[in-house]
Ligand binder design. Sequence first.
Ligand code: TXA
Ligand code: MG
Length: 346
Amino acid sequence: MDTRILSVDKTEPESSVIETAAMVIRRGGLVAFPTETVYGLGADATSPAAVAKIFAAKQRPTSDPLIVHIADPKELDAVATNIPPLAHQLAGAFWPGPLTLVLERSNRIPPTVSAGLDTVAVRLPAHEVAVALIRAARTPIAAPSANLFARPSPTQVKHVQQDLAGRVELILDSGPTHVGLESTVLDLTVDPPAVLRPGGVTLEALRQLAPNVGYAARHIAVGEATSSPGMLLKHYSPRAEVRLFVGDRDAVLSHMAEQVRDLTAEDRKVGLMVVSEDSGHFADVSYVDLGSDLDEVGRNLFDGMRRLDDLDVDVVLVRAPEREGVGEAIWDRLYRAAEGRVIEVS
Ligand code: TXA
Ligand code: MG
């Protein structure tokens, strides 16, 4: 399959481009499109055949459910049932935006979208292109991140091309995404509501509206996945081995410098992901500067992983961020990339 790429304005999407993309969706094809978090790989959420193409293109296990994207909060009733008042409150506060709500699935959404679960994950993205596409397609759009399974999520079109060229009919290009980390997934079918994946909407913000929201950072291995989708340990991974360092900044930085020396002596190619304030600390080593605050780090994280892969490094060293605000989501992605290899430095 040839993959077409069309540029589209991110604030005022050209209607001719949107109409072309909507046609592909209506015919049951795949379109990669931008959201505020990451690029999504979209198909008609009401068509089992179209949805099957998503799993095939991504090489994603059918046990991992997809998010259904809508263009208006009113469409919630079409995709979910028995919607609790809290869902409407949260939608009012955070939509459009990076919050995904897990609710009871309506019959209009085929079970395969949700990997056979009775629930459905729904969100309304804060991106004009995504919203225009859903509207023009006149159907909710199921979309996981537009990467190959277990690769870092795509925040730029070149990442989508790296993973899915020849596997998707059309890619809409609106430049780099703004948030860079995926949406927060909140399960409202359990009491108290539980965050399954920290993301663009922080726990602190959710708890202002729903103080009893729980979050138990829990990660499971591939193969254990069916009972608790979405918490796969090996996920978002560069090809290199990632080591995540936790502890006092100075102690961590000297320990990392020591590891750079040891690994280099063993002829292993080392790469670092650092915040700007740490970048002066290292010499003679490949590094990616992720930026100076948590929002910037979130935006640059997945691109950083892919850039180090392009440099063919064997080992990636990274200092863990503070686990507050969007730092919790960054911590989660790094922890998974490191497959749990956390090194505590005292
Ligand atoms: O920001 C995002 O959420 C992006 C953009 C494209 O919207 N999408 C995304 O999709 O990250 P994906 O498929 O890569 O991640 C969806 C997450 C997975 O962790 C999945 O297990 C979880 O949501 N999920 C989906 N449906 C679920 C359900 N019914 N119950 C529990 N978890 C669910
Ligand atoms: Mg994904």
